[in-house]
Design a protein around this ligand. Structure first.
Ligand code: ATP
Ligand code: FE2
Length: 321
């Protein structure tokens, strides 16, 4: 059985094909990274241009024809409304034209589940860190629950904002990580409340210090040390609270080596297992959407076309899975 997944919630548009063991037969993408921040209409233009070729390329790499595909999956939310609408329209057109079942997928659930299936984690506390989301998640009593989350902006967004204010380009994560290696510590606001945390204060302080002439390397280093320590502290609390013995790091920011290191050290100290999503599935990608679509389809959850409307704000704890 094969599922094709179309992802397009924000900057990246991707198409992936998986089988029912989550072997990824293809996973191709294109990204729109403007200098001055995302412009939804321009992102849509970029994605609309890219998707037809990506679909062809994904099928070709998988050595399949659209006839071989059992289910069309697409990211239904959360995300930028124009981008979601485009992805949904393309998925519907494909499903109608080729008379295939269709499933709309929750993007956050896809980040979590691709991490689990690709690492073998069974019942982890999940730290989901990306440009739009920062949440501590665990499965209890039949659904995913959010134990902790950012009270303002996501960690990836905070990093990108800071990087942009220092003219480091977009996305900021990889550049900040590199520069941090040459920096030294300065104190920044540290805000954890139970299992929640906040990053807006840090970015404001970083911008203030930058204007004062503090070295960018020191800002990068201190930002990472402070923000990642906050996340690690909150995750540890969630593990203690739930008594779970595994931790899984997933989402675009999961590629950061320093964050990986901090979580791994914490997990070891608690005698817990540490897992991180493989790099190729960390950022937005079509394969993770294909995988959730396939699971849902097998559970008999293919959707009627009139039920495939996008859900712009769709929390993982509102998903029946
Ligand atoms: P979501 O809808 O899940 O929030 P997204 O649109 O933010 O998804 P992702 O690809 O999941 O997309 O995450 C992108 C984020 O990952 C960006 O903010 C980027 O700066 C960050 N990132 C990428 N590489 C690194 C890195 N090495 N260190 C830190 N952050 C990183
Ligand atoms: Fe994402």
């Amino acid at each position: 059985m094969y599922s094709i997944g179309i992802e397009g919630t924000a900057h990246t548009v991707g198409v992936g094909i998986v089988d029912d063991k989550c072997n990824v037969l293809s996973n191709v993408s294109a990204s729109y990274f403007p200098k001055e921040g995302i412009h939804p209409r321009k992102a849509v233009e970029h994605h609309a241009d890219a998707i037809p070729e990506l679909i062809k390329k994904a099928l070709k790499e998988a050595k399949l024809s659209i006839k071989d595909i059992d289910v069309i999956s697409f990211s239904k939310g959360p995300g930028l409304q124009p981008c979601l609408k485009l992805t949904a329209t393309i998925a519907r057109a494909l499903a109608l034209k080729h008379k295939k079942p269709i499933v709309g997928v929750n993007h956050c659930l896809a980040h979590v589940e691709i991490g689990k299936v690709k690492t073998g984690a069974q019942d982890p506390i999940i730290l989901y860190v990306s440009g739009g989301n920062t949440q501590i998640i665990g499965f209890t009593e039949g659904r995913y629950r959010v134990f902790g989350e950012t009270l303002d902006i996501a960690i990836g967004n905070a990093i990108d904002k800071f990087a942009r204010s220092c003219d480091l380009g977009f996305p900021g994560g990889p550049v900040v990580e590199k520069l941090a290696k040459k920096g030294k510590y300065i104190e920044l606001p540290y805000r954890v409340k139970g299992m929640d945390f906040s990053f807006a204060g840090i970015t404001t302080e970083l911008e203030r210090r930058h204007k004062k002439g503090i070295k960018v390397e020191d800002l990068c280093y201190s930002f990472q040390e402070t923000a990642f320590a906050m996340l690690t502290e909150a995750v540890e609390r969630a593990m203690a609270h739930t008594e779970k013995k595994e931790v899984l790091l997933t989402g675009g920011v999961a590629q950061n080596k320093r964050l990986q290191e901090m979580l791994e050290i914490m997990a070891k100290a608690r005698d817990a297992k540490y897992f991180v999503v493989p790099k190729e599935y960390a950022g937005d990608n079509g394969a993770m959407i294909a995988w959730i679509g396939l699971i849902a389809y097998k559970k008999g959850k293919a959707e009627k076309h009139q039920d495939t409307s996008i859900i712009r704000e769709w929390r993982i704890d509102a998903v029946d899975f």
